[in-house]
Design a protein around this ligand. Structure first.
Ligand SMILES: C[S@@+](CC[C@H](N)C(=O)[O-])C[C@H]1O[C@@H](n2cnc3c(N)ncnc32)[C@H](O)[C@@H]1O
Length: 509
């Protein structure tokens, strides 16, 4: 007979799981919790479930242990074109407008399926875009799909499905985008499979937005049937961070059963027949483009005719004293004693604003700094990151290159240069930048990781293995919970998982 677990112990376990993973098992779902932990206990090597719970509670969990637990506690219920009304709105309204807007300029679209499970949602989006965009190969489209459960991610990368994943899906789906395998699976065609990038990401613990896990500058975030498991505090935190990941006027999609007043604190509700979408309010009004940090950069003569420079005032004075410009806020204030403090405070303050997604305020601080000190590399680089996070890649690139002119030997800035170029789809230039990074700092883990990804993208699997191996070797010096240098807060465990997911995917390809 199975031993009875006390309610007090289950309460403790429930709290623990909520804090570590965001999985919120209310009193009514304690049986689900117990069932999950019972099967996880076997995988952890325990016969006795109570002993296993005490063991879990007695230590901070390692990344791989969180993953084991997640694989037993998360619900993998999903299917293609789930909630068809949402896909109808995307097909008829949202995507056509976005495609029209981007067709004549950057041809770039970024979508994130957060809590992607076994990939049906992300592949549905990839298929829809392919049906809507002629000459899709001339576009730079990123579909990022993340989950906390590595078993789901592995299945998603393999792209093998059973009949059950197609319930209610359009009639043409299987016929046009899958082939049947001798084992009776439906396998997604490689062209669509390659369009989705699957990555490990814990929405409660891990960092986003970040340039380095590509969660920045999104046009659309799907997070459906995930937040319902989180506590209200975790939902708020996650929704606020999604808000920072999205471009102005971009949208968040949650399941119709998940609507909550929390969303309205950050988004405008958009009601469509049978679907609600959440649109990020535009923040553009808070920054006067003529009064931007740009005005203070010192460009060389030959750069003066670039498109962006043409749109900018010719001189600092013009920017400062143009009638449209808001009044300047001096960095130092009236008390002489505070001047020195202010000299270092500006970067801390701007960084805090940046981390909180308050980009306009961060840029204002940086602009003030650049007005006094146009060659301040820290201010230029943070401005570049803010612009990249907002999808303003051309501007981010100009800033970053300006910083590199002032200081050619900073590996971190060359890495940022590479990340921006990669996001622009300029992979050859990104590779050159990464070579510079590794020349300057041969143990720059994030650079090896990116080299591996670029090699994979170019079909150079052997080369990618070499880069990933280098990254894994360097990662072995770190504990899973250690934050990696120059990674925007990414942990070693997270990166290791990301590498394992892409390499496993290739091994099964
Ligand atoms: C029910 S599925 C939803 C799948 C898909 N979004 C849909 O609506 O069809 C919920 C997914 O959320 C994932 N999940 C739960 N907690 C998570 C967390 N803290 N971070 C990331 N993913 C999480 C689970 O592993 C699971 O794959």
């Amino acid at each position: 007979m199975q031993k009875r677990i006390s309610n007090a112990l289950l309460d403790q376990l429930s709290e623990f799981v909520s804090v570590q993973m965001g999985l919120h098992f209310q009193k009514g779902r304690r049986l689900d919790l117990l069932r999950g932990v019972r099967t996880a206990a076997k995988e952890f090597g325990f016969e006795d479930i109570e002993e296993c719970i005490h063991w879990l509670l007695s230590r901070p969990l390692k990344k791989n242990q969180i993953e084991v637990l997640a694989s037993h506690l998360t619900v993998g219920e999903t299917y293609f074109f789930r909630e068809p009304k949402v896909f109808e709105v995307l097909e008829k309204q949202i995507f056509p407008a976005l495609i029209r807007e981007r067709y004549h300029n950057e041809r770039r679209i970024r979508i994130w399926s957060a809590g992607s499970c076994t990939g049906e949602e992300a592949y549905s989006i990839a298929i829809l875009l392919e049906r809507l965009i002629p000459e899709i190969d001339t576009w730079n489209i990123k579909i990022l799909a993340t989950d906390i459960n590595p078993i789901f991610l592995k299945r998603a990368s393999e792209g093998l499905y059973r009949e059950w994943s197609f319930r209610g899906s359009p009639y043409w789906l299987k016929e046009q985008y899958f082939k049947t395998t001798p084992e009776g699976f439906y396998e997604i065609i490689p062209r669509i499979r390659r369009k989705v990038l699957f990555q490990y990401l814990n929405l409660v613990e891990d960092v986003f937005p970040s340039l380095y896990n590509e969660t920045n500058a999104m046009d659309l975030i799907f997070c459906r049937n995930v937040l319902m498991y989180f506590s209200p505090k975790q939902v708020r935190n996650c929704v606020e961070r999604f808000h920072h990941c999205l471009l102005d006027d971009a949208r968040l999609v949650v399941a119709s059963s998940e609507t909550s007043p929390i969303f309205s604190d950050f988004f405008l509700n958009e009601n469509y027949p049978g679907a609600i979408l959440y649109r990020k309010r535009s923040e553009k009004v808070t920054v006067n483009p003529l009064f931007s940090a740009f005005s203070y950069l010192q460009f060389d003569e030959e750069e003066k005719d670039t498109e962006i420079r043409k749109a900018l005032p010719a001189t600092v004075e013009e920017a400062l004293f143009s009638p449209e410009s808001p009044p300047s806020v001096p960095v130092t204030n009236k008390f002489a004693g505070e001047a020195e403090e202010a000299a270092t405070d500006w970067i801390e303050e701007a960084t805090t604003f940046y981390e909180q997604g308050r980009y306009a305020e961060a840029l204002n601080r940086l602009t003030d700094k650049l007005k006094d000190d146009p060659k301040n590399v820290a201010a230029i680089i943070l401005s570049a990151k803010i612009m990249a996070n907002q999808g303003r890649l051309e501007e981010a690139l100009l800033f970053c290159e300006q910083a590199l002119k002032i200081d050619k030997l900073d590996a971190e800035n060359h890495h940022l240069h590479a990340v921006i170029l990669f996001e622009m789809g300029k992979t050859e230039d990104a590779t050159t930048a990464l070579k510079r990074v590794l020349y300057l700092e041969s143990d720059f883990i994030m650079a090896y990781f990116m080299m591996g990804n670029i090699a994979l993208q170019n079909g150079k699997n052997g080369e990618s293995v070499k880069y990933f191996d280098n990254a894994l070797q360097l990662l072995s010096q770190y504990r899973p919970e250690d934050i990696l240098p120059r990674s925007d807060g990414m942990t070693a465990g997270h990166l290791r998982e990301m590498i394992h997911i892409v390499t496993k995917r290739e091994a099964t390809a």
